[in-house]
Design a protein. Sequence first.
Length: 363
Amino acid sequence: MARLTIESLRKSFASTVAVDDFSLDVADGELVCLLGPSGSGKSTILRMIGGFEQPTSGAIRIDGQDVSRLPPDRRPTGMVFQSHALWSHMNVFNNIAFGLKLRRLPRSEIRRKVEEALELVGLGGYGHRQTFQLSGGQQQRVALARSLVLEPKILLLDEPFASLDQHLRERLREEVRDIQQRLGITTLFVTHGQDEALAMADRIVVLRNGQCEQADAPDIIYRNPQTQFVAGFIGQMNFIAANVEGGTFRHPHVSIAVGVQDGPAVLAVRPEALGLAATDGEAGATVLRSTDFGSHIMVDVELADGTRLKAMTSPSIRWERGARARLVPAAYALYRDNRLVDSGRVEGRATTAASLDVVRVTV
């Protein structure tokens, strides 16, 4: 159980800045996900916390102690890598016991701790197996057990499920979340998969170019993205660029009263907040395709200017390719220069940036 504090962390590789003035407080027992595209700095931050990279400047504190310059083996952290990093010449038991042997613990204590770790990750009785005899998911469980057996204060997970198939990823992320909650261990999890972040995290930190775009609970990140980048990165989002004139966002396909000054802006509407109404008018959007997901139908439409949008409609409504449809947004967010400037329901005046929580969301 531990608290992690990161203060003004910066990492440069020659002239390239990988992490730029990054700060974060992680509460005791919290699971925080670092989410972002490739090159956003998320793995570099994790490696600096684990001691595998040295920060150019800034501080990393665990329970108030500055560990920024300590080597990995002297930090109270355990790291699970994407590649598993298991020793193929050792069986499962010895892979997990390796760190305990370095601590010169008695054999009986090592055996007890290893067997407990195996039970914890659902591999009881697998100690005698060779690592190459295991599936990818089982190997990742061994890697997790090897970290947990050392009883770290901070658990670091660097895209541990990236090499696994979708169904196995989903199962393992549920198991890891259960283990994390059972142990109450403070955890940082790196991924570029938004589904994993939304499903596992207490809080998501969205990174871009080494900086934090937004750090919030998953539901807030989804419903109230503070930047256009976050809105487009988390979940599906429709964007329509146009101008605000006289307090109205004006586009040939949609006009909404907004509370911002005139000028260019980008309207954002989630597919589940975008309805369609059949129309014979030439000004309507053109249906490109519809995909039946059982619980809903996802309809792809194209506007006259080439903008493509997605609308989530009832499975009872069928849309044929080439049909014309009028856009009926229920809720929106408005961005200018990447920042959220207004949001609200279409039925009434737009409110402050408080609220895409009116959107009917299924995550």
